[in-house]
Design a protein. Sequence first.
Length: 363
Amino acid sequence: MKPYIVAIFNQKGGISKTTTSTNLAVCLAAFGKSVVVIDLDSQGDSTKSLGIDPKIKQGIYDLFIGGAAVADVMVPTVFEGVRVLPSTYSLAGIEIKLSELQNSQRTLSTILAQNELDCDYVVIDCPPALGILPINALASAHAVIIPVTATPYANDGLLRTLPSIKYVQEGLNKNLLLQGVLFTINDKTKTTRKINELIRSRLGGTVYRTEIPRDNMVIEAATARLPVCVYAPKSAAAQAHLDFTEEFIDRHVSIAAKAGEVVPPRLARDKATERLFQWQARNAEAIKPDSNEHLRAKKDQLDRMLYGDRTWGERVHLALIHFFIDNRLSLVAFLLVMLIGVVALLGAGFEGMRRLAGMVGII
Ligand SMILES: Nc1ncnc2c1ncn2[C@@H]1O[C@H](COP(=O)(O)OP(=O)(O)OP(=O)(O)O)[C@@H](O)[C@H]1O
Ligand SMILES: [Mg+2]
């Protein structure tokens, strides 16, 4: 079975590439599809988000340099139907390694052509910026999805990303299709609506109907190292990711139909939701303890990172500095206000005592 390979790509950072990749993967699996996620980002966010420790020994780096076989690197997840070719921190050095090789822009294509991944979909989470890794992703994919967040710079991100896709379409991968543009982290503001309308008017039907709303549950889910669709299947973001997955499959079905191929039907929405709830129940441990215990552990960890084994006095000193940095206060202005306050208080105190003494007849 040949999988449909989709790269999630935008040169801009922090616009939900990883969130889209991991939620698309678990939603596809919830709809009964089998998926392999390829984490091409050395930050390892999608690896972590699917419950895998990025300190594992072998990852996509080892595949790229020919130091391991796909079967040795592939990791199953607790979500049936989802497997990962994980990222390890060593991936950060891949640019230099690949620059020594010939045909380095097609390394991933070659790996995927030589290894039957035995799944319906491959989702590739790309790092921000255009380097050898995203080029490899685009060279090996059937389709690309561009997540976009409506900020005043959203257009710039798109304007830099579209030519990169064109560059690959003209050379490395003539069949690469821009499957769609997805609005993510969507605020309900006038500015957001205006930016979205502008992009829709330029790109027309390429933009997906579904827009993923800004939802704090996504951040909570990331803290628990779970995709939001598993962490809180009923949340606004999770529901939108399910809508998007349906739209994604529908588009794939039409693309395949044009090529005379048939995509097997997916499960119904309520069945998919049921599976997400099953995975949520299985991960109850990770989800629940965000109560005090978990938060206290996180705070202790942060304290250790910040203060190490400093003495109490040094900690107070550092905490004071952080207080000023966090609150953008100038120490000089603060001390000046304090001085004026103390002088005013002392003045008022002396005046009060003088009047009291006058009243009782001491002076
Ligand atoms: N719908 C959403 N609502 C609120 N926060 C979100 C949403 N989607 C993503 N985020 C948050 O935005 C941040 C960036 O998301 P994410 O890591 O998915 O982006 P990215 O494009 O992969 O980033 P990078 O370029 O660093 O790889 C994360 O903290 C994530 O939890
Ligand atoms: Mg990312």
